[in-house]
Design a protein around this ligand. Structure first.
Ligand SMILES: Cc1cc2nc3c(=O)[nH]c(=O)nc-3n(C[C@H](O)[C@H](O)[C@H](O)COP(=O)(O)O)c2cc1C
Length: 221
């Protein structure tokens, strides 16, 4: 990070963003996220961390208005689906396979200039731990958890850019899978995020944030 950024400015920005963001219910239909900001948000999805770096996720940006309308019907008719500037559906891998692990290792080898032989130990470890142990039975939930990390990154970065967002789980993932033609692809819908700018009509922007007391959720031992 650039060293000429003032630490206290950064802290103030982060605090302000934490207090400013809220799950936006009504978006301004006419205000769009700039390409420059959107590229940054895509970068933050791509750079989110994942277990072993395996990135068992995909992010579908739904641009087509008809598709958005079809999805809205299966999202408790929430207006964010059609009215937000951008709508991202989060997918996770239903199962992990050796092809996916090798795809990742090929990238490691390429980008870091290391031979695949030097990665054999790492490959064996991932194979043992993820494909051959009991964990394999629950790998679908592991993949979903990874995708939620990317969601957190997206929400926080958006707020720092003063871009509004609403994470969305109020949907039928099965219907999404049908509409997005995901059946038998090995990918499944887990959630979505609508992003854009709040409408002045959204009363939720001015109501008090409700959280448990810090002492209820943070414990020092
Ligand atoms: C994974 C997830 C799914 C959510 N699904 C919805 C949703 O479908 N519709 C909605 O309006 N809000 C949804 N929310 C927003 C939460 O209700 C909201 O974050 C929570 O009440 C706290 O309020 P705040 O985010 O405005 O501070 C979801 C939040 C998360 C993290």
């Amino acid at each position: 990070m650039s060293s000429n950024l003032n630490q206290s400015d950064i802290k103030n920005e982060i605090q302000a963003a934490l207090d400013w963001r809220y799950a936006t219910k009504i978006f301004n239909k006419n205000k769009k996220i700039s390409d420059e900001n959107w590229n940054l948000l895509e970068d933050c999805l791509i750079k989110a961390p994942s277990s072993y770096g395996l990135q068992p996720w995909k992010f579908l940006i739904i641009k087509n208005p008809k598709l958005r309308q079809d999805l809205r019907v299966h999202t408790w008719n929430q207006s964010q689906v059609t009215d937000a500037s951008h709508y991202v559906v989060f997918l996770a891998k239903q199962q992990l396979d050796i092809e996916h692990i090798d795809k990742h290792l090929a990238r490691v080898s390429d980008l870091r200039g290391v031979s695949s032989e030097t990665l054999t130990g790492y490959r064996n470890m991932m194979t043992e731990n993820l494909l051959k142990s009991d964990r394999f039975k629950t790998i679908r939930f592991w993949a979903q958890r990874q995708a939620y990390i990317a969601m957190g990154f997206l929400l926080e970065t958006a707020s720092l850019l003063q871009i509004d967002a609403c994470p969305i789980e109020g949907m039928s993932p099965e219907e999404y899978n049908k509409i997005l033609k995901l059946e038998n692809t090995g990918w499944e819908t887990i959630a979505a995020v609508a992003l854009g700018y709040r409408s002045d009509d959204d009363k939720y922007q001015s109501i008090k944030k409700v959280r448990f007391d810090k002492s209820d959720v943070i414990e020092w031992i």
